[in-house]
Design a protein around this ligand. Structure first.
Ligand code: NAD
Length: 261
């Protein structure tokens, strides 16, 4: 138990990678602010499950990552409920796959807002408290697409390159305050986000489901295996540890070798 008495806000933690990170931080003793969309009863089950399984406290913030005031209130909820927000994981994200000339303008705006701008709003709300306590960990879920591109993902790749830049900038600004800022860049992780993009990729590239999985997704990954959510969560836990206190501004790949190519 390395994170007892710490509080972690994890955006987009009702599903996939964010949920695995929230559970892994809770396992280390951190209280959790869950966030994300989904069925109310399911979310309550998840929240209560974290409390009973790990013996920590968990609250749910319904903040929509499209709205700056709700994002700020999510951070305040953590501070009001637990006295501090020590760990901020900016993880919420969506994807949309389309040729650039047909890319719906509202989808572009949504992806930039959820995948990039929401992290700015959460960071600016959380940093003053972290500075006051002289300790903080900010972890952004970026992507292999923060380092390289794939066709038909213009908004996602732009947002993820943006979050890598935001990570480096804030890391420099808070370096002397005991706060580290890093991003994790997974390759393909088997989550609902990946599953949902298969039909659109089939359409955009004229392929079958099996061809998309093997020839598009896993084609990128030399290991030919998906990353697991628990592997990403283990790296997030490590970044919160004292052993990682001199790691900041890093973009950490976990992509089966994808970006080595
Ligand atoms: P997911 O769809 O399982 O989870 C996304 C989470 O974001 C959910 O909890 C969802 O409710 C939440 N969310 C979406 N829109 C929101 C909004 N407007 N307000 C609040 N919450 C919102 O997807 P995932 O694969 O777990 O993705 C999590 C992060 O990991 C994303 O930033 C994604 O870009 C990144 N990522 C995923 C992969 C992958 O292969 N799955 C690879 C690299 C990076």
């Amino acid at each position: 138990m390395t994170l007892t008495s710490k509080t972690a806000v994890v955006t987009g933690s009702t599903s996939g990678i964010g949920l695995a990170i929230a559970r892994a931080l809770a396992k280390e003793g951190a209280n959790i602010v869950l966030n994300g969309l989904g069925d109310e009863a399911e979310i309550e089950k998840t929240r209560a499950g974290i409390e009973s399984e790990f013996g920590v406290k968990a609250v749910y913030s319904p903040a929509n990552m499209l709205k700056s005031d709700e994002i700020e209130e999510m951070v305040r909820l953590g501070e009001r409920t637990f006295g501090s927000v020590d760990i901020l994981v900016n993880n919420a994200g969506i994807q949309f796959v389309s040729p650039v000339e047909e890319f719906p303008v509202e989808k572009w705006d949504q992806i930039i807002a959820i995948n990039l701008t929401s992290a700015f709003h959460a960071i600016r709300a959380a940093v003053p408290g972290m500075k006051a306590r002289k300790w903080g960990r900010i972890i952004n879920t970026a992507s292999a697409h923060s380092l390289v591109a794939s066709p038909f993902k213009s908004a996602y790749v732009a947002a993820k390159h943006g979050i890598a830049g935001l990570t480096k900038t804030v890391a420099l600004e808070v370096a002397t305050h005991g706060i580290t800022v890093n991003c994790i860049s997974p390759g393909y992780v088997w989550t609902p986000l990946v599953e949902r993009q298969i039909p659109d990729t089939m359409k955009a590239r004229g392929l079958t489901k099996e061809q998309v999985i093997n020839d598009v997704l896993l084609e990128a990954q030399p290991t030919k295996q998906f990353v697991t959510v628990d592997q990403v969560a283990a790296l997030a836990v490590f970044l919160c540890s004292d052993a990682a206190s001199q790691m900041s501004g890093a973009n950490l790949s976990m992509d089966g070798g994808w970006t080595a190519k």
